[in-house]
Write a protein that binds this ligand. Sequence first.
Ligand code: PGA
Ligand code: ZN
Length: 423
Amino acid sequence: MSKISKIIARQVFDSRGNPTIETEVFVKDISASAICPSGASTGTYEAFEKRDINNKKYLGKSVLKPVEFINKVISNKLKNFNVHQQEKIDNLLIRLDGTKQKKRVGANAILSVSIASAKASSKSENLDLHNYFNILLSNKMGKTIDQVIPIPMLNILNGGEHADNNIDIQEFMIIPKGAVNFSQAMQWSSEIYWNLKSILKEKGLSTAVGDEGGFAPNLNTNREALELIARAVDKTDLKLGSDICISLDCAASEFYENGTYHLKGEDRELTSSEFAEYLEGLANDFPIMSIEDGMDENDLEGWKVLTKQIGGKCQLVGDDLFATNPEVLKKGISDEIANSVLIKYNQIGTISETLETISIALNNDYQNIISHRSGETEDSSISDLAVGTGAGQIKTGAPCRSERVAKYNRLYWIDKKNSFSYG
Ligand code: PGA
Ligand code: ZN
C-alpha cells in the first residue's frame, strides 16, 4: 500500500494570468502535482470555482482561501490514505464539501487534489497516467477499454467570450479527419493555421490570437470565418470535406436571452427554430462535422429541433448543456437531445465523477470528446484522459500557445511510446 504522506497546495497562474491552484501529493519518496484550469464561458450546471472574491488583491480572483483549505484540512484528512484508491479519495473530497455544486470547498480545490492523487498513484507504480485512467475506466465498465490516440479538433479562429472581436460563434475548429496518424493530423493543421494567418495579413485583418490560440480578427459574419478557413485549406493540397472537416462551438448560451439568439456581430436576432435553421444552413454549405452547444443550455425545445434536423449527419455536442455531470447527462439522454458530450473535469470536480459521465455516454452511444478550458496551464493530463478512456477526440486549441501545445506535445509522446490506434 502506498500512503499519502502529505499534500501541499499553492497559488500559481493560468494562461489568462488569473490565479489558479496547483496541488502536490506526496507518496513515499515521490510527488506529483496538478494544476486546475478555468473556463470563461461557463455553464450554469458546472461545479463552483472558488475564489477570494472579497480580497482586493488580484482583483478578487486569488485562490488563497481554497489553497489554505487544502493545506490545513484536506491534507490532514487524506494523510495515510491509500493513494491507489481513487474513488475513496474522491468520495472523501465530495463528502468534505457536502454541497451539490461543490460550493463550500470549491471544485477547483477538489479537482487539483483529485488529479494530483491520480498522478501520484500512477507515478508510484511506474505507470503512465493514461494507463492509470484506462485501468480506472476499464474496472468501472467491467471490460477492457481500448486506448486510442485521439483525433484533434483545433480551434484556429476564436470569437465569443474568448476574444475581443465581433464574432458571435466562439470556436471555429478544423478536424484533420483524413490524416492517417496523429503527426500527419498536426502537420496538416499547422499548415492550415499558418495559411490562415497569411490570408488575414493580406486582408489587413488582425493576426493577434484569442484565449485558445486561434486568430481573432473582426469579421462581418460567422459565414465569413468559415470562408476564410476554406481558403486556408485551399492553399494546401488537402480537400475540404474529405481531408479536413470543420467543427463549431457556438457556446450559444452566451448570446441567448429571453428566448432569442442575438447575433450581435451580424446584427440579427433569431428565434430558437430560426437559429437551428441558421446552423443547418451553415452545415449544408460547409463540411461541418460537429457542432457544440448549438443551442442555449436551457432551450430544451431548441435542442430537440436541432437534434431532429441535423443530429443524423452532425455530431451535436453538449458542453454547457451537460456540464460533465452524470445526472444532467442522463436527463439529456432521456430527452433525446444532442448525441455527444464534452468532457471537462473541472465542470464536475473529480476524476471519479468524470469517469462516471464518460461511462454513461459509452453505455448510451453518446460520443465522448475530451476538452481543455479557455484558461489553461502546462498541465497536460487531459491528453492522458483522452487516450486512456479511448474517447477518440480531443479539443485543445490551436497549434499555438504553450498551454495548448503542451497537450498536443504530450500526445506526440504517448503516441511514440505506444502502438495505439489513431482516431
Ligand atoms: P470555456 O470554453 O473553457 O471558456 O468554457 C471552452 C468551451 O466552451 O468549450
Ligand atoms: Zn463549449
